[in-house]
Design a binder for this molecule. Structure first.
Ligand code: SF4
Length: 418
């Protein structure tokens, strides 16, 4: 497991340490060690933090149900910058998770003014890439998912405009459609529990997405009828907006426990059992019984040119269907951690942690840890020149893209069924 050092924090658009200390994101290390198999994106320090991921780790270990989901806004074609989250979702599906992918066409339409036709055309490419990478599960377009719309409406009753302006900077000019697309995204995260039943749910996101996760957890909490609190020597169940019958059902379920109006103390009961029972009662009485969604947080791969990776900076990334000539040009022009002269490179070695070519290998192109370590050794010892290193990396990129495109072509029918 990589140390806590994060060599790329200077490239991040968000302050990693602040998110950890101020907003309570936990470092992933300890909880990840309990995974039966630690995936490369955690081993290599790409995924750095989490909220409540331990319940998902438990589900993986115990082979009990859990969900994993993400969403993509179809405002352009998928590219290198989307690959990490796709891999994280696919990995969780391979660990037994129920996979969900939302194509956020309502958001693309409301926020970017994309036509529905374009949303569909681009959305199809995201789905093809996901299926090609091994995703299996449920995929949908927001605009065509009726239960999601109802859930988003319920979610919207728990969010006010001051929260929206604090989180997203909404002002007097913001359209109501934009606000609705936020509610829809909250709905997306809770949708798997509506569709397939309450279960721990993990949402792999970039660190900048945490405000949205916090909002969704808050809404999930508000939509529940009861609050189950773990105290030192007892578990307490408090009602929030539960109907009388639901309250009575809780009292009946825990008969013999100390009780008083709207608040039940269940001395000596294990929290998990209480939570499950209360959840069942909530659902039976028309409530939601959600688990608060868990999240993992990845840092961002810098752009090939060394700055931010963004579709508005074409040289910072390549698309999955980009012509070979253009991919070659971008990889060969990438910013390296090489020295000014060949002589210096041989004497001092390169600086892989400052090199976008190395990071391209670390994030995506070298799956074998031994091969990655060997690349680092050859770089730091000055054994390899940056020119040679880029050439080798380009070959990997070309092989990766050829394979991905073949697979994308082969799964077109799956994307068309959505
Ligand atoms: Fe980067 Fe490779 Fe040059 Fe090292 S040798 S600085 S990894 S391009």
């Amino acid at each position: 497991m990589q140390s806590g050092m994060n060599p790329w924090s200077s490239n991040q658009t968000v302050d990693v340490d602040r998110l950890f200390t101020e907003f309570g994101i936990e470092p992933i290390g300890e909880v990840a060690r309990r995974l039966p198999e630690v995936p490369p994106f955690i081993r290599r320090g790409v995924v750095v933090g989490h909220r409540d991921y331990q319940v998902v780790v438990d589900a993986i270990r115990n082979r009990t149900p859990f969900h994993v989901l993400t969403g993509f806004m179809p405002s352009g074609l998928p590219h290198l910058g989307h690959l990490m989250v796709m891999k994280e979702v696919v990995w969780h599906v391979q660990q037994g998770g129920n996979g969900y992918v939302a194509i956020a066409d309502r958001e693309a339409h409301a926020v970017r003014g994309m036509s529905w036709e374009k949303c569909r055309e681009y959305g199809r490419e995201y789905l093809k890439a996901l299926y090609a990478l091994g995703f299996r599960g449920t995929t949908y377009y927001q605009s065509r998912n009726e239960p999601l719309k109802d859930l988003a409406f319920e979610a919207s009753t728990k969010v006010n405009f001051s929260e929206l302006s604090a989180i997203y900077g909404f002002g007097p000019e913001t359209s109501l459609g934009h606000a609705m697309s936020v509610a829809t995204q909250v709905g997306d995260i809770l949708f798997p529990q509506l569709d397939a039943g309450p279960a721990p749910t993990v949402v792999p996101v970039g660190l900048d997405q945490d405000p949205h996760i916090r909002l969704t957890r808050d809404v999930a909490h508000k939509l529940r009828m009861f609050t189950v609190e773990d105290r030192d020597d007892y578990v307490s169940v408090r009602s929030k907006n539960a109907p009388e019958e639901a309250l009575e059902a809780v009292h009946r379920a825990f008969a013999g426990s100390k009780k008083y109006a709207g608040h039940v103390d269940i001395t000596g009961q294990p929290h998990a059992r209480v939570d499950d029972t209360v959840r069942e009662i909530e659902i039976a009485h028309g409530g939601f019984g959600f688990y608060l969604p868990s999240s993992t947080y990845h840092i961002f791969m810098p752009g090939l040119q060394g700055g931010k990776m963004s579709s508005s900076v074409p040289e910072s990334l390549f698309g999955f269907y980009e012509p070979e000539k253009s991919v070659r040009k971008k990889v060969m022009a990438a910013l390296t951690g090489g020295r000014m002269t060949l002589e210096e490179q041989k004497r001092l070695g390169g600086e892989p942690d400052r090199c976008s070519v190395y990071l391209l290998n670390l994030f995506h192109m070298l799956e074998d840890d031994g091969e990655l370590a060997e690349l680092r050794r050859r770089c730091e010892s000055g054994e390899i020149t940056c020119g040679q290193c880029k050439k080798e990396t380009l070959e990997r990129v070309q092989a990766f893209l050829t394979d991905l495109r073949d697979k994308m072509d082969a799964v077109e029918h799956l994307a068309d069924e959505v």
